[in-house]
Design a protein around this ligand. Structure first.
Ligand code: PMP
Length: 402
């Protein structure tokens, strides 16, 4: 391919490592290998029936045309009501924009705010897309390692040290992909105290896993803790994870009007509004019966508990109990330095992941993708039988290391 015609800002980014890992697992499966795929971060449940029905009804009623760029009035009213009801946050409809997934909300917010070289503070481990989105917008990702000993969370001192005159955003994802780490209200208070000293730093909260919690706690919001941050905070969320709607592609952002208007303008000149039928479905999800949420979380919790016990019984592996999201971020420091039966040394987590894939047929994602090693991530958004099979295979493969 003629790479010189691809823009430098795009040549700096790479495909999502989780997508690449899933592609590799599917390729091996096509070759006839038995693969336990623990890569994908999407609910294995069907979208609840009342949501699907709302989509079908919307189609039948002719909701098949362009909508307002920011999203239908119906959907934005549902988002306003949701933010009040679940987060204690007050927004007007014109402070909200619906986007094609939370991913698009984050990307577009960065695209309308970053000048070349502007810095974005990203606590690591992070969701794989954040640094590449920043790079795609010509910004500079500033990753801050948040070790397991600190619960994989950013401390106020780390935040203070990372802020420079070029800092445009702090990105917060709680509960986090990949660790499930969740900030408490007290931890938010301490981070907010630092932010209050730096009025030019904006805060983007990615709340996509807010309801996937196993500790019986509700997820606090930094804005509810410190309302004075409101005019520089962008709240990002979506329906993908909470309502098993990854394919419908509806996310949203709520924030200061100037930011929402800029995103509206950029989206109006690029993708246009998000899918009209999906918007009707998302409104039904937010307004309708919420029992699916607690039912699915109960299932995730069983899977988390079972998988955690199996993983922590394997010598050389350990995993802290994640309070939320649907991943285990497994510490594999105990395997580094060992040798595979074919004589290959495991010198980093990427080697461990490759070994598990090739020798045991278990597909996971290496910690290097999330910015903190040596770890690997597995998704528990799959059946308990598949998780048990995966853990059995991992245990067998680990036992063969020397
Ligand atoms: N944020 C995080 C932390 C995620 O893990 C994901 C999905 N993997 C997204 C955002 C994107 O979600 P959506 O489907 O709404 O684009």
């Amino acid at each position: 391919m003629n790479t010189s015609r691809i823009a430098a800002r795009v040549r700096r980014i790479k495909p999502s490592p989780s997508t690449s890992a899933a592609d590799r697992a599917n390729e091996l499966r096509r070759q006839g290998k038995s693969i336990v795929n623990l890569v994908v971060g999407e609910p294995d449940f069907d979208t609840p029936q009342h949501i699907r029905r709302a989509a079908a009804e919307a189609m039948d009623k002719g909701a098949t045309r362009y909508t307002l760029m920011a999203g239908t009035v119906e959907l934005r009213q549902a988002i306003v009501a949701k933010l009040t009801r679940e987060n204690g946050l007050k927004y007007e409809m014109n402070e909200i924009i619906a986007t094609s997934g939370a991913k698009s909300a984050i990307y577009n917010a960065l695209a309308v705010t970053l000048e070349a070289g502007d810095e974005v503070i990203i606590p690591a481990p992070y969701w794989v897309s954040y640094p590449d989105m920043v790079l795609a917008c010509e910004g500079a990702p500033v990753t801050v390692a948040c070790p397991e000993a600190n619960g994989f969370k950013l401390t106020p001192a780390q935040l203070e040290a990372a802020i420079t005159p070029r800092t445009r955003w702090l990105l917060i994802n709680s509960p986090s992909n990949p660790t499930g780490a969740s900030y408490t209200a007290a931890e938010y208070r301490a981070l907010a105290d630092v932010l209050l000293k730096h009025p030019d730093v904006m805060v983007m909260t990615d709340d996509i896993y807010e309801h996937i919690r196993f500790d019986g706690q509700s997820t606090p919001h930094i804005l509810a803790v410190e309302p004075a941050l409101r005019d520089r905070t962008l709240v990002v969320n979506g329906v993908s994870k909470t309502y098993a709607m990854t394919g419908w592609r509806i996310g949203y952002a709520a924030g200061p009007r100037d930011l929402i208007v800029a995103m509206d303008t950029l989206l109006s000149q690029s993708t246009g509004n998000c899918c009209s039928i999906s918007q009707a479905a998302a409104a039904a999800a937010l307004n309708g019966d919420q029992s699916f949420v607690s039912e699915s979380v109960a299932v995730y919790k069983q899977r988390r508990d079972r998988t955690l016990a199996l993983i922590n019984a394997i010598p050389g592996l350990s995993c802290a109990t994640p309070p939320g999201a649907f991943y285990l971020y497994i510490n594999c420091a105990g395997l580094i330095g060992k040798t595979t039966p074919s004589g290959k040394p495991l010198s980093e987590d990427g080697d461990v992941v490759m070994y598990l894939l090739e020798s045991a047929g278990v597909a996971t994602v290496a910690g290097t993708a999330y910015g903190l090693s040596p770890y690997f991530r597995l998704s528990i958004a799959t059946s308990i039988e598949i998780l048990e099979e995966g853990c059995t295979r991992i245990a067998r493969a680990v036992a063969e290391l020397r």
